[in-house]
Design a protein around this ligand. Structure first.
Ligand SMILES: C[S@@+](CC[C@H](N)C(=O)[O-])C[C@H]1O[C@@H](n2cnc3c(N)ncnc32)[C@H](O)[C@@H]1O
Length: 180
């Protein structure tokens, strides 16, 4: 399996914090590398993408719900009032969605986010500032709303050189047991 098709180490690490059997939202899921991870771990998964065709590569799983939706065309948030024990967003950024993403977290819900940040434009795609986080931006998004469990911002070499920012934060005050 190509490295880009494997789950992100960041998501793998914090997946351990999601309570057994609790529902997970994989937003802009692509081929479902994280939907597949959580399905394997026994979670029901709602996978949203405007082009969910690549999810067909996942093994059939009764816990998988696929929602086809364009998240940027001005339509209402496709998931209504639904709440999830974890919302996973990787390699995708559409800033107007931040309020809906936070609102989709159940009490004690986890936001696991990882995407490209400014400086990436000299290394590869994405290059447009609309798709690149500013330093500290994810921290600002969750400030006063979620408790930050972990945050990183910097250059990675794998699966390819990139500038990324990543955050795990929880919708509740209780300390979490940090995974290794
Ligand atoms: C770079 S891929 C990331 C896929 C996945 N999250 C991952 O990390 O493997 C970005 C995904 O965002 C989806 N996407 C882009 N624009 C979208 C939109 N307007 N509405 C819904 N999904 C969108 C694409 O179809 C694609 O699957």
């Amino acid at each position: 399996m190509p490295e880009t098709a494997r789950p992100s180490p960041w998501v793998l690490r914090f997946a351990l914090l999601v309570p057994a059997g609790a529902a997970v939202l994989d937003l802009a899921c692509g081929s479902g590398r994280h939907a597949g991870l959580f399905l394997e771990r026994g979670h029901p998964v709602c996978a949203v993408d405007r082009d969910p065709a690549r999810l067909r590569e996942l093994p059939p799983a009764p816990g998988l719900e696929v929602v086809q939706a364009d998240l940027e065309d001005g339509s209402p948030w496709p998931l209504g009032e639904r709440r999830f024990a974890a919302v996973v967003v990787t390699n995708y950024l559409h800033r107007p969605l931040f309020p809906a993403i936070l609102a989709a977290l159940a009490p004690q819900g986890l936001l696991i986010y990882e995407t490209f940040a400014r400086g990436n434009e000299v290394l590869g795609r994405p290059t447009c500032s609309d798709h690149l986080l500013a330093a500290g931006e994810l921290l600002e998004v969750v400030e006063g709303r979620l408790q930050v469990v972990a945050y990183e911002h910097g250059r990675v070499e794998r699966p390819r050189p990139a500038i990324i920012q990543r955050l795990c934060a929880i919708a509740g005050p209780a300390p979490v047991a940090l995974p290794d």
